[in-house]
Design a protein around this ligand. Structure first.
Ligand SMILES: [Zn+2]
Ligand SMILES: [Zn+2]
Length: 331
């Protein structure tokens, strides 16, 4: 199965095929890191300072919270939009990428976990829903674990408990239909016609986050917040399980020299041996251009395949936009 860049003059909305849109590929604080700008180090942080000389849409080092939009084109030819994570920068991502790619709405939401960079944009989901002053609209299904549900209930009680108290007026808020999923590779679920398999991974040794495996004919694994891949999950997505991934999208947070750490990202890529990999979740330790050069050399010599960053925020008429979006034939 081949991935093809699929960007027309005005995005690809009319194309009868599925695609992945990287709405953001940055860490929790997003890039630029504000501290680097208001309390600059000596010498200053080049990655964050480049954000002052280039506009965000021309700067791959300007990175919003990690989030993926799966534009799923089913057998009926209809496009359905499945959003993975809704972080602190969701509004900015809608303004920049939904308008460019002509995304009219969200059909389902899937949460990897409930940290701020994955859920704090939930209030803004109302901006991609139909307008109704009385909240009289169909709620958007949102899939999350019970642990995440408990935490979201505390963060956004007004999105979870909709019953008005005596004398309380209607306030317009995001309308969401909460659906509990399990931390279990054997318990897939279907969001807007797309089957997703939960991939539990450790996100720190005291916390489980989910990645997701999806695609019928083209297998994609998305793992955005990970410190250690659990053996059952690794078995599920590694080449040795007889199910080589067409695309692995994997977290890489920090590095020392050219060792990508956070967890040992490149070691994991070597073990899993996907046909192709893209890296996400980078802090300001990563300079898109310099580190992509390193990845090109490393992946060609060690893997025989390309492993670039999944850069978002790319200019319209730039070849690099092919790294942003991949059309998946017959997902
Ligand atoms: Zn910085
Ligand atoms: Zn997290």
């Amino acid at each position: 199965m081949e991935f093809t860049g699929n960007v027309g003059e005005n995005g690809y909305a009319a194309e009868p095929r599925s695609a992945l849109i990287f709405l953001g590929t940055g860490c929790s604080s997003a890039l630029p890191n504000a501290r680097c700008l208001i309390q600059p180090s000596d010498p200053p942080c080049q990655v964050c300072f480049s954000s002052l000389s280039l506009s965000p849409d021309r700067n791959p080092n300007y990175r919003c919270n990690t989030s993926l939009l799966i534009d799923y084109c089913g057998r009926d030819g209809e496009h359905r939009y499945v959003l993975v994570d809704v972080g602190k920068t969701f509004r900015e991502q809608v303004l920049r990428w939904f308008t460019f790619h002509k995304i009219p709405r969200i059909d389902s939401i899937v949460l990897t976990h409930e940290h701020a960079d994955a859920v704090l944009g939930l209030d803004d989901i109302r901006t991609v829903q139909p307008h109704s002053p009385t909240n009289d609209i169909a709620p958007t299904p949102i899939y999350l674990t019970q642990e995440a549900m408990d935490s979201v209930d505390m963060k956004f009680p007004y999105l979870v408990r909709k019953k008005l108290k005596e004398g309380q007026e209607v306030r317009r808020v995001s309308q969401l239909e909460w659906k509990i999923i399990e931390n279990d590779c054997q318990k897939p679920f279907v969001a807007s016609g797309l089957e997703l398999v939960p991939l539990p991974v450790m996100h720190g040794e005291d916390y489980i986050s989910l990645g997701f495996l999806f695609g019928e004919n083209c297998k994609v694994a998305y793992i955005s917040d990970v410190s250690r891949i659990l053996p059952t999950t690794e078995h599920h997505i590694s080449e040795s399980s007889g199910q080589q991934l067409d695309l692995l999208i994997l977290d890489t947070l920090y590095k020392i020299a050219h060792v990508f750490i956070g967890f040992q990202t490149l070691d994991a890529v070597k073990r899993l041996r996907p046909k192709r990999a893209l890296l996400i979740g980078m802090t300001h330790e990563f300079d898109h251009h310099k580190d992509n050069e390193f990845l090109r050399e490393w992946s060609t010599s060690c893997m025989g395949t390309m492993i670039p960053f999944a850069a978002s925020d790319l200019p319209r008429n730039d070849e690099r936009k092919k790294e942003l979006m991949f059309a998946l034939q017959n997902v």
